[in-house]
Design a protein around this ligand. Structure first.
Ligand SMILES: NC(=O)c1ccc[n+]([C@@H]2O[C@H](COP(=O)([O-])OP(=O)(O)OC[C@H]3O[C@@H](n4cnc5c(N)ncnc54)[C@H](OP(=O)(O)O)[C@@H]3O)[C@@H](O)[C@H]2O)c1
Length: 284
């Protein structure tokens, strides 16, 4: 068995490789891929094979996938380019004779109005058309997404957001990585789609309380309108594209699109997901 993990130079992919090792996969049966190979030194030292993988360079994928049976495709990170990049990886998997692909998608990607959903929907369609048995891990929000906001809020005492009373069912990256390792190392996941999320959907008041607890600074949630938030972000020097993205995501959050709790994640990993306060404190 050989499992090729893309994005292993990033946070999630690296954690997936660590989880595979912990779950007893032989190091030499794992190929950890990415562009910045120095980030893989610790894995190489444990016997994991490393490979240069650039989604914009099909030959790197052909080389990395030669002889592999499983592709763990961690979604790429450049919005607007991802469907083409994922297609390059899926085409290379077909050519290499890969027999299973596991892909990290987004909540309810095929039907959701979430701003990030279309590229994941497009990729899920490519996977279905590839003929390779696949498992879709529709990863919900990472708790770590709130680390930067937590630092700002701790410094100012105020957590500013336009999500209103919209809830977020985040989990720690490690929870999602552990789920990927379960799917990669146990039977019966082909053709399945998992809606992964934290067990608890929390509010911005909960987030403010978790930041207060983790930092020892009193933080209070200050709800603002989308227009007010855009003005605040503009005065902080953000460009219009970033402001549009942030406010669209906050509108999605207000609409509950990242607040689903299905229990799929805790069922897969066999334990509760990491609570917000714990995950945030660990990352801070
Ligand atoms: N669910 C969520 O809350 C959430 C939040 C953020 C992102 N995401 C998605 O989940 C993925 C993993 O999250 P993460 O936190 O691990 O992100 P990350 O730390 O930024 O890692 C992204 C990985 O993608 C690789 N990558 C990017 N462009 C590539 C290319 N052209 N060719 C090959 N590799 C490329 C990077 O490789 P190099 O570093 O070697 O270039 C890196 O290993 C992200 O890429 C994104 O699609 C989900």
């Amino acid at each position: 068995m050989t499992i090729v993990v893309t994005g292993a130079t990033g946070h999630l992919g690296h954690l997936i490789v660590e989880a595979l090792l912990r779950d007893g996969v032989t190091p030499s049966e794992i190929v950890a891929g990415g562009r910045n190979l120095t980030k893989l030194d610790d894995l190489a030292a444990q016997g994991v094979r490393v490979a240069s993988i650039d989604y914009n360079d099909p030959q790197t994928l052909a080389d990395a996938l030669a002889g592999a049976d499983t592709l763990m495709l961690v979604s790429a990170s450049e919005p607007g380019k991802r469907v083409a990049q994922h297609k390059t990886a899926i085409d290379a998997a077909v050519a290499a004779g890969v027999t299973r692909i596991v892909y990290t998608s987004a909540p309810y990607a095929s039907t959701s109005a979430l701003i990030l959903a279309p590229e994941h929907k497009g990729t899920e369609e490519l996977l279905a058309a590839s003929g390779i048995p696949s498992t879709i891990l529709r990863n919900g929000w990472y708790t770590e997404n709130y680390t930067a906001a937590a630092h700002q809020a701790a410094a100012s005492g105020t957590l500013v957001s336009s999500v209103g009373s919209g809830v977020v069912s985040s989990a720690s990256r490690k929870d999602y990585a552990d789920a990927a390792a379960v799917v990669l190392t146990t039977e019966g996941h082909e053709g399945k789609t998992y809606e992964l999320s934290g067990d608890v959907a929390w509010t911005q008041d909960d987030l403010a309380a978790a930041i207060s607890k983790a930092t020892g600074k009193t933080v209070v949630y200050k709800p603002v309108t989308a227009e007010e938030h855009a003005t605040i972000l503009k005065s902080a020097g953000l460009d219009d594209g970033t402001i549009g993205f942030v406010t669209a995501l906050e509108a999605n959050t207000r609409d509950g699109l990242i607040g689903y709790t299905t229990g799929d994640l805790s069922r897969l990993i066999g334990r509760p997901t990491t609570p917000l306060a714990e995950g945030l404190a660990a990352d801070l």
